[in-house]
Structures are given as structure tokens and as C-alpha cells.
Unconditional design. Structure first.
Length: 296
């Protein structure tokens, strides 16, 4: 392949994704590894990058733009948070130590209520680059789902929810692990559970144990149990995030089944949401960061 003009990195807790890019923002080649931040010590980041992109770096320096947990306190170099309200991409970027030319995108912070994000700011920037002039609310589902209010090209405020992490913990480390195994799914059970906690979020804890009881007493299947667990948690999240999405233009970032569940749950509340591909907006955000850095 031809030598890239620059390298884009999405460096998360569990995975590293890299793209060799042209100056205009076109992808030459994509690569990935399992060398996420969570398995690397302070001295492990440069070797992990060289293992993934070593041949791209031959023949002279190649600028690298990185987003995600690589800029966390436990990452390669801590990239200080920019405080909202502000544009999703803030300069200066943080230079990683070592011989490589690696610029790390800062995350965003909010004082009250206290909140932080890393990586999602790049998705916000990419979404705005692909949808110029867009105002509204972006939902970014995941282990720690984010809801961000955007206006005039800035992130005005945001909130994070540990919905995905709660689902994983309850599925694998609670009494519910006996009920929700497998991959079967029940759409009707999901819809009912979303409605239940969206209207009465205080019933969440009781509803969760009810999943186990329904399996013991009524033979509730694992597909129904799994769907109810997801629906109860997402419904409670939507109840708490209602001041964000109610009456707003909504975008949901993600191409997989989790993003589709959020779109489905919002549609049931008369709140249609447009779904955007997470990889596409991440690349668009990294490209916007590359252009911003080139101008400074």
C-alpha cells in the first residue's frame, strides 16, 4: 500500500483501531489489535502502536491523531479535559512522549453535575462534520452511555449513564446470571420493560429481581429475561435523560443492535431518532482534528 499522509487512532480500553489516511481524509487501510489501554503499562503504548503500524512509520515521521482512553490518566499521556460549553474539539492537543509524532485529542468535562467523556467528543465532532449546522441531542450508547446537548457547534452539556456496565455486571455477577444466558431475544418483553421503568423508574430494583422470580415460578425463558433486563435499564436511563431528548432533534451513534434498541425505545415515546454509524463519525471526527491541527 502507499505510505499514509497521517494515521488516525481510536484507542479504547480494550481495543486499538488504526487507519492509514490520505491528506484529504480517505482511508487507505484499516487495522486493529487488542492492545487497549487496559492491558498496557506506561511504557507499552509506543510498542503497541509500532506493532500495529510499524511499516507505515518507515521512511520518516508520519503524524498521528489519537482519541479515546489513550489520553486518560492511566493512558500514554494525560490530555487535560476541555470544559463545556465548548466546541467538541479543543486545542492544544497533547503530545505523547517518545520519538513518534502523536497528538492526543482532549476529552470534555462538566463541573455540575460532575461528568467527563473521552473519545465521544471525537464522535460528536464527526457527527457535526457530516451534518453541518445540526442542533439537538446526541445519544452515544455503550458501557457508559452519553447524552450530549449540541447547539451552534458546541457541546452545551452532557450526562453519562453506566447502563451498559450495569447490564454486564448484572448478567455475569448477580443472581440474574442464572436467568439471562444465551442470545435469544423478545422484542415485546423489551418494549414492556422500557415502558415500565420510563414511567416508574423507582420500580427498577424490584423489577430486576422479578426477572429471577418469573423464571423460577413461571418458567420465563432466557430470551424474555434478557430483553427485560435490557429494557428495564434503558427505560430508567431514558427517564433520567428525558430533559435532554424530550422535544429535541435526536441522533443515536452506533451501527449495532444496542443503538437500534435505543432508537426503538425512543420511537415508542414519539421521539424519532436518526441512527449514525459509529466508525464513520469517529473517522470524520479524527479527520476534523487532523485538519484543525494542520491549521495551528
Amino acid at each position: 500500500m502507499s505510505r499514509p499522509d497521517w494515521i488516525a487512532l481510536d484507542w479504547g480500553t480494550t481495543h486499538l483501531r488504526g487507519w492509514g489516511m490520505t491528506a484529504s481524509g480517505s482511508v487507505i487501510e484499516e487495522r486493529h489489535s487488542e492492545d487497549g489501554m487496559g492491558r498496557l503499562g506506561p511504557d507499552g503504548f509506543e510498542p503497541a502502536l509500532r506493532a500495529l503500524c510499524g511499516d507505515w512509520l518507515e521512511g520518516g515521521p508520519v503524524p498521528v491523531i489519537a482519541c479515546g482512553m489513550v489520553g486518560a490518566r492511566q493512558g500514554w499521556a494525560e490530555a487535560a479535559y476541555a470544559r463545556v460549553p465548548c466546541a467538541p474539539l479543543s486545542t492544544p492537543f497533547t503530545r505523547a512522549p517518545g520519538d513518534l509524532e502523536v497528538a492526543i485529542i482532549p476529552g470534555l468535562s462538566q463541573s455540575e453535575p460532575a461528568d467527563v467523556m473521552r473519545g465521544e467528543e471525537t464522535q460528536v465532532a464527526g457527527f457535526l462534520a457530516l451534518n453541518p449546522g445540526w442542533d439537538g441531542v446526541l445519544c452515544m450508547p455503550g458501557s457508559h452511555s452519553k447524552w450530549a446537548h449540541l447547539s451552534a457547534g458546541e457541546v452545551v452539556s452532557f450526562r453519562s449513564f453506566m447502563t451498559g456496565e450495569l447490564f454486564s455486571a448484572l448478567s455475569n455477577h448477580s443472581v440474574l446470571r442464572h436467568s439471562v444466558g444465551g442470545t435469544d431475544w423478545d422484542d415485546a418483553a423489551f418494549d414492556d420493560a422500557v415502558s415500565e421503568t420510563l414511567s416508574r423508574p423507582e420500580r427498577l430494583a424490584a423489577g430486576l429481581f422479578g426477572i429471577r422470580a418469573a423464571g423460577l415460578l413461571h418458567g420465563q425463558g432466557s430470551g424474555t429475561a434478557r430483553a427485560r433486563l435490557s429494557g428495564l435499564l434503558i427505560g430508567a436511563e431514558l427517564a433520567a435523560a428525558k430533559p435532554y431528548w424530550l422535544g429535541q432533534q435526536i441522533g443515536v451513534i452506533g451501527a449495532g443492535p444496542l443503538a437500534r434498541l435505543y432508537v426503538r425505545a425512543l420511537a415508542a415515546q414519539g421521539a424519532p431518532a436518526a441512527q449514525a454509524n459509529a466508525t464513520a463519525v469517529t473517522l470524520a471526527g479524527l479527520t476534523a482534528a487532523w485538519k484543525l491541527r494542520s491549521q495551528t
